[in-house]
Design a protein around this ligand. Structure first.
Ligand SMILES: Cc1cc2nc3c(=O)[nH]c(=O)nc-3n(C[C@H](O)[C@H](O)[C@H](O)COP(=O)(O)OP(=O)(O)OC[C@H]3O[C@@H](n4cnc5c(N)ncnc54)[C@H](O)[C@@H]3O)c2cc1C
Length: 374
């Protein structure tokens, strides 16, 4: 029996981080109460890419078969220029035949996690807005981008606006070609992939000076999205014609938290290391965190030592991922000569060294949290 047996743990936040942690901890015998300030566990209508490093955790938690039913397996990532011509194809399936990249609607992932959490006996407190750690052996701050728990450990911090505005939308689409496509233009890019159930997820990002608030719930007129990407070709005009509802938000750069824990309060997910979305790793890191935290707490009886080990095992990796996402923001939006040179280099890699391009991210996708000793 591990050290987590009967430990009282409070989790603040019922997003991907909080729900995965609740499941991982309760499976190891902890008594978990999860506080979510919203009146119900829900998610916005948008897609998520889950890379193999997260899928290994979700599999180990027994969710693999259910996820296979409600998501699509992605075979590749294709980089295309704004005319729609291929620049580079990363054939993930050929490179890692035994690893799974999955494309899933957020709401379906959350439903799947929430169902498992309830079956595992976690106490859910909905409509519970927590401002100070409640009575418990340990409190986990999984309270997202504007984390109150992070503020307790780090004081007030000021993220800065990147002058990038993003739109997200989901459209009906029968084309389920299992691949994520990125269309790159000067100062703009658009990412799209299919979702199970005849849907397609679209995220479009544009550099512009106009201020835009951070947050998921601001609606915009679809005509603005169509106008911003009016000169994009390939399937893009057809997709954008189908948009009926779109949300808009500003992308902000946040630092990885200076302090992650103090021996009885610890941060995971976006609360610890918010990231720009350009590596599709925010939820994935949250899932990795949840597993590592449960493993450290179970293996190391002394809680402050376990939390130090957790922080030490996660800080460098998450910092590297956040930096890679920042770099992608630049690479996707190249202009002028840089764009010409950059795209030519990628095309050359596509023809001459596709394996090399794929191997660049082995450190990221080959990581297996479930086989690592705490
Ligand atoms: C456009 C876009 C695309 C993305 N695509 C991907 C992708 O493809 N793959 C990927 O891995 N990641 C992706 N991400 C990132 C991912 O969405 C986030 O990193 C992830 O959802 C973070 O999960 P979390 O549980 O840490 O935080 P959240 O999902 O924000 O959950 C925090 C929860 O805490 C609750 N809460 C907050 N404060 C309190 C309080 N005081 N008391 C109680 N409850 C509270 C909130 O209501 C919320 O439910 C994307 C992000 C964006 C913006």
């Amino acid at each position: 029996m591990g050290s987590l047996q009967d430990r009282q743990i409070a989790i603040i936040g019922g997003g991907v981080a909080g729900l995965t942690a609740a499941l991982a901890l309760s499976r190891r015998g902890a008594r978990v109460t999860l506080h979510e300030r919203a009146p119900a566990i829900t998610e916005v209508g948008a897609g998520l890419q889950l890379s193999p490093n997260a899928m290994r955790v979700l599999d180990a938690l027994g969710l693999g078969p259910e996820l296979a039913r409600i998501s699509l397996r992605s075979h590749a990532v294709e980089l295309r220029n704004m005319q729609g011509a291929r620049v580079l194809r990363l054939d993930m399936l050929a490179h890692r035949p035994n690893a799974e990249f999955r494309l899933i609607h957020r709401a379906r992932l959350i439903d799947c996690l929430a169902g498992a959490v309830q079956a595992a006996g976690v106490t859910l407190r909905l409509g519970s807005d927590i401002q100070t750690p409640p009575e418990a052996d340990l409190t986990i701050g999984a309270d997202g981008l504007r984390s109150r728990m992070r503020q307790i450990l780090n004081g007030r911090e000021a993220p800065f606006f990147t002058h990038q505005t993003a739109w997200r939308t989901v459209i009906p689409d029968r084309d389920a070609t299992p691949c994520a496509q990125v269309f790159m233009g000067p100062g703009r890019h658009l990412v799209s992939y299919p979702l199970a159930g005849g849907l397609r997820n679209i995220v479009a990002v544009m550099e512009r000076n106009a201020w835009q608030e951070e947050g998921w719930s601001h609606q915009d007129d679809p005509a603005n999205l169509r106008a911003a990407f009016a000169d994009f070709r390939g399937p893009v005009p057809h997709w954008l014609d189908a948009v009926e509802q779109v949300h808009i938000w500003g992308l902000f750069r946040h630092e990885v938290a200076r302090n992650w824990q103090n021996g009885h309060l610890v941060l995971i997910g976006d609360a610890a290391h918010p990231t720009l979305p350009f590596m599709a790793q925010g939820a994935v890191m949250a899932i990795e965190d949840a597993w590592h935290l449960a493993a450290c707490l179970d293996a190391i009886p002394d809680q402050p030592q376990a939390l130090s080990r957790f922080e030490a095992s996660r800080r460098d990796r998450t910092t590297r991922i956040v930096a890679a996402a920042n770099a992608n923001a630049r690479n996707y939006h190249l202009t002028g000569l840089r764009r010409l040179i950059g795209h030519s280099a990628l095309r050359l890699a596509d023809r001459l060294a596709p394996k090399l391009a794929l191997s660049r991210f082995d450190w990221l996708y080959d990581h297996d949290p479930t086989s690592e000793e705490p």
